[in-house]
Design a protein around this ligand. Structure first.
Ligand code: SF4
Ligand code: SF4
Length: 299
């Protein structure tokens, strides 16, 4: 089973390269007793959303750090930039650790990619637009016999059946951050190592993020009203959503969390420095391009 919740179709990919909206009717059913039972879970490539991790660590009653260590591997979502996490298969194999002969042992909390399969979710965002566009495609892998079952269902009903409305709602903030990072290109500049670490902690290691929120380091910078602080500390989902807001602020300057006065001043100075640095770099790039085009008269 390959995660098709982010990628665009490309040659050699089992995604049929036709996209459609949620009203499209597909022919598909997965059921116990089907001849290909578990074939999809025997060879996995499943990316996890922050909400997938939250649900699974809650199910196992372990910390996010423990979950990450036992059940995931990191991967590069974008070259030299933001990191994602995937389910770690069994030792020396390709099967999912949660697969049993009876089926998925974490079925009620299975990740988004498992719920979507065999539908691919394609989120796209244009650089000049704020909102992203969603479309779908069908993944038709030869080992999956579900396509031969006689059930017709619209993608919209399939999403409901698979509990995806809640999962997509709660992953929206994270997807927007990734799309925004991908579509912003060099205009935003390369995120610092610190902000990339913050991205990883907020999105995937929620228990560590919770410790950060109660630390002096956080309260030295942010001036969060006591009521809001209470809300985010007693509800993991609220904490995760707050984290997405914080990342929007840190990575893209979209301020929604009040800063302490001194921190706001320092941030302003840092922002000015960054803009100056980017202008200097852009001027140097332009000069180098001109030299290349017209030759350097000093040479
Ligand atoms: S989490 Fe469940 S459905 Fe998803 S790959 Fe693992 S066993 Fe299969
Ligand atoms: S029908 Fe497809 S999704 Fe269901 S068990 Fe078979 S391979 Fe997996």
């Amino acid at each position: 089973m390959n995660d098709q919740t982010q990628n665009l179709p490309f040659p050699g990919n089992p995604v049929v390269p036709q996209t459609f909206d949620a009203s499209k009717v597909i022919q598909f059913q997965c059921r116990k007793g089907i001849a290909c039972w578990n074939a999809c879970c025997s060879n996995i490539d499943i990316s996890l959303t922050p909400y997938d991790i939250l649900r699974l660590k809650r199910r196992f009653e372990i910390s996010s750090g423990e979950f990450l260590q036992k059940y995931t591997v990191p991967y590069e979502l974008e070259q030299n930039s933001i990191v994602g996490v995937k389910l770690r298969p069994v030792e020396n194999g390709t099967a999912c650790q949660f697969m049993t002969p009876e089926g998925c042992s974490v079925y009620d909390d299975r990740p988004t990619a498992c719920r979507y399969y065999p539908v691919a979710l394609l989120s796209m965002r244009r650089q000049d637009e704020y909102t992203d566009h969603t479309s779908y495609a069908l993944v038709d892998e030869p080992h999956c016999l579900g396509h031969k079952e006689p059930r017709q269902i619209s993608v919209s009903d399939y999403r409901k059946e698979q509990g995806l409305e809640e999962y997509d709602d709660l992953a929206r903030g994270w997807r927007q951050l990734i799309l925004k990072k991908k579509s912003s290109g060099p205009s935003i500049g390369k995120p610092s190592k610190r902000s990339l670490e913050l991205f990883f902690m907020v999105c995937y290691d929620l228990d560590r993020f919770s410790q950060f929120v109660v630390s002096e380091g956080f309260s030295d910078i942010y001036d969060l009203p006591a009521e809001e602080m209470k809300n985010i500390l007693c509800d993991d989902v609220e904490l995760m959503q707050f984290g997405f807001r914080l990342l929007k602020q840190v990575l893209f300057g979209e301020e929604s969390i009040p800063l302490r006065k001194e921190a706001a001043h320092e941030r302003h100075l840092r922002h000015q420095e960054k803009m100056q640095r980017m202008e200097t770099e852009a001027a140097a790039r332009r000069a180098a391009e001109q030299d290349e085009m017209y030759g350097n008269p000093d040479e």
